[in-house]
Every structure is written in C-alpha cells, then in structure tokens.
Design a protein around this ligand. Structure first.
Ligand code: SF4
Length: 377
C-alpha cells in the first residue's frame, strides 16, 4: 500500500481552535503554491516511480482551489503516473466552499470520496468556533454531494465545544445520522497552544463542558452510531461496512505514504524505514521549489525499536488492536518485552485487554486513550 497525501494550506478564514498548517491567502499566492506543488509532484514521481493506492487532499481547505486548478492538479497527477482513476480519492471540503458545479467537476475528475468538515450543526456553536458556514449550509452541501452522485461521504463533528450541552451534541449527531453518511469522524476538542481558544481559556473566557459531560457525549456517540449500523473502527472513526477510510488505515497500519505540499509528512521503507517532512512555511515552500531546491526539512531513519513503538501506538488506535504474532513477525520485537510494565499496568487497570492473541483498548481505555498513550508509553 502506498498513500499519497497533498496538503492545501489555505482557508477562507482561520477557525478559533485551529493549529493546522493553514491560512487565508489571495488568488496569486494559491496559484504560486499550486505551481510549486506540481513541481514537487514531478520530482516525487521521478524518485518513487509508482502509482499510489490511495490519494487524499487535505488541508486547510482543498476546496478553495478553483475548478481550473483542480483540473490541472489531477491532469498532472495522472501524467506523472502517481494517480489512476478508480483508487480511493478523497478531498476534504468545507461547507461554504463547494457549490454544485465544483462538486460535479470533482466527481467528473475521479474524486470518489468527500470528507466534509461540518463540526457542528447549531449556528451558535459554529459562530463560537469561528467557522465560515451555518448548519443549514452544511446540510445543503451534503445534499449537493449526494445529488451529483457521491456515494462515499464522511462527516467530521467535534464534541466538547464551548457552551455545548450533552443535548446539543445528541441533537446534532441524530440529525447527521439521519443524513446517512458512509463515514463519521467524531473528535473531542483539544485546546492547542497559540490559538484564540487557548488565549480565551487563559483569560477564563472559555466555558467548556465538564469531563463527565464529555464522557457522556462519547458514550452517546458509541450508542447512537452502533444503533445506526456504523462500525467503530478507530478511536475517533466510525463507518458503514466497507467504508472505512483506506488512506487513513494506511497510517495506522504503518503502510508507506508520500506527502507533498507545505509541512507534508512522508514514510517510506525503500532505504530502511524513514520519516520525513517538508518545510511548513508556504512562502519558503514556494521559494525552495521555484529555485529548484527540495522542500524537505528533515528526514529521520527509524531504528527497529522506534518503528515498533510507533507501530504499537498506532495499532492500538484501531478497535481491533494489535495481533501480537503478526507484530512480532513484522517488527522482530515483542511489545511485552519492551513495554512489559506499562502494558501489564494497562491490563491490570482494565484499560487494555487480550483477546485471541490481540492486544487492544477496552471501552474504558478508549475513553481515556489520549491520556493513556502519555501514561503508558
Ligand atoms: S477550516 Fe479546518 S483547517 Fe481551516 S482554519 Fe478551520 S479548522 Fe483549520
């Protein structure tokens, strides 16, 4: 499996909670960025020389690209031999940036999966997040996507928002489930340093749900998605049968991926397992490619121990956990030899369980997973 990720670091406006590598930009900057991205893709194709099994355009908001820019991008991907029509091809989209003609064009170009950043449906919550769209616009965009023929749509929602009550969360999720998307990503809000939310919290101006309320929201999500026929396949991800995101599964299963664009990460194994990432600054990224230099900022060869420990943490994110026999065969390391005391403690406390040779989080462990990763490893 080889995944190809393209980063589009532009948004119409920066949301108040966001620390992703994204910013507003004018049309000229977007155009210069696209030229640099195509240059990097050409260079990557020459080095790797193989087509990807999945393609994911993320951001930022990839749907800020114009129809003409999407056409040039997909034309180049095909010409470089990096992409073929028919593979899982996802574009992240935000309501308010995708009208019917653009949705039709994406479908015609071969995009077969849309990940729609809805986040909430209630307008007061969306305003508090600094989102550019209303709940009504999100529902309209979903309707457009279905009408033009998208049969694989994922929706992202966030719980634990300022001023969000448990009933708000349940009402939003109920409405989303009634739409019947194929995939759901349900994330807990994290307050990232340097964001307006972090400043508001420091000033005591952010009224967040209590820990108990947040746990109730997660449990409600489990129950409601299960009742609606979704499988819970990763800590934050739910899908109808056959619609788990293959591209993201590649990350959790430590498959190879190549990232292109500002700040994009890659993991390849041809010369030993190597992780690398590009410069995050859009200006530096464009400048480097314009002057014929590589946008790579850092590459690191992973020792067998580092690779195995990353694989364990990523594998535990999956509901099915880690099959220990397979793990030992692939990485030459038994997790219980390296993390004996941590894993033993996780088992004793009921955060982890062993079943048919698999190590995985229990439901209680999943609830606390973020803290547990820090605590266990
Ligand atoms: S749309 Fe997404 S990437 Fe852009 S600012 Fe908002 S949260 Fe960040």
């Amino acid at each position: 499996m080889l995944g190809l990720y393209l980063h589009v670091p532009f948004c119409i406006r920066k949301c108040d909670y966001c620390d992703f590598n994204s910013k507003p930009a004018g049309p000229e900057e977007v155009e210069r960025y696209l030229a640099a991205l195509l240059q990097e893709l050409g260079d990557l194709a020459a080095v790797h020389g193989r087509a990807a099994d999945t393609l994911y355009l993320g951001g930022g908001t990839p749907t800020v690209l114009s129809g003409d820019q999407f056409e040039r991008l997909f034309g180049a991907l095909e010409n470089f031999g990096l992409w073929t029509r028919g593979i899982e091809t996802t574009v992240e989209a935000n309501p308010g940036t995708l009208d019917r003609p653009k949705a039709e064009l994406l479908a015609a170009l071969g995009v077969n999966r849309i990940s729609l950043g809805v986040q909430a449906l209630q307008d007061r919550l969306l305003r508090r997040l600094g989102r550019i769209h209303t709940g009504g616009a999100a529902l309209d965009t979903f309707g457009i996507l279905r009408t033009v023929g998208f049969e694989n749509i994922g929706i992202d929602l966030i719980y634990g928002l300022p001023e969000q009550r448990v009933q708000d969360w349940q009402a939003d999720l109920k409405q989303i489930l009634e739409l019947g998307p194929e995939h759901l990503s349900l994330y807990g809000l994290t307050i990232e340093a340097g964001t307006p939310f972090a400043r508001s919290r420091a000033e005591g101006m952010l009224s967040l749900p209590s820990e108990e309320e947040e746990i109730t929201m997660v449990r409600a999500a489990w129950e409601m998605t299960l009742a609606a026929g979704y499988g819970h396949y990763e800590i934050s991800n739910y899908a109808r049968s056959g619609f788990a995101c293959r591209h993201n599964l590649g990350y959790w299963m430590v498959e190879e991926y190549i990232g292109a664009g500002a700040g994009a990460h890659s993991f390849v194994q041809s010369d030993g397992p190597t992780r690398s990432h590009n410069v995050a600054s859009v200006a530096t990224y464009i400048e480097r490619l314009r002057s014929g230099r590589s946008p790579l900022l850092r590459a690191e060869n992973l020792s067998p121990h580092t690779l195995a420990s990353e694989a364990l943490m990523l594998g535990l994110r999956l509901r099915e956990g880690v099959l220990l026999n397979e793990f030992r065969e692939r990485y030459g390391i038994d997790p219980f030899d390296v993390y004996a005391s941590c894993l033993q403690r996780g088992l004793e406390k009921g955060w982890l369980e062993m079943e048919a040779g698999r190590l995985r989080f229990t439901e209680r462990g999943m609830l606390l997973s973020n803290e547990l990763f820090i605590d266990l490893f």
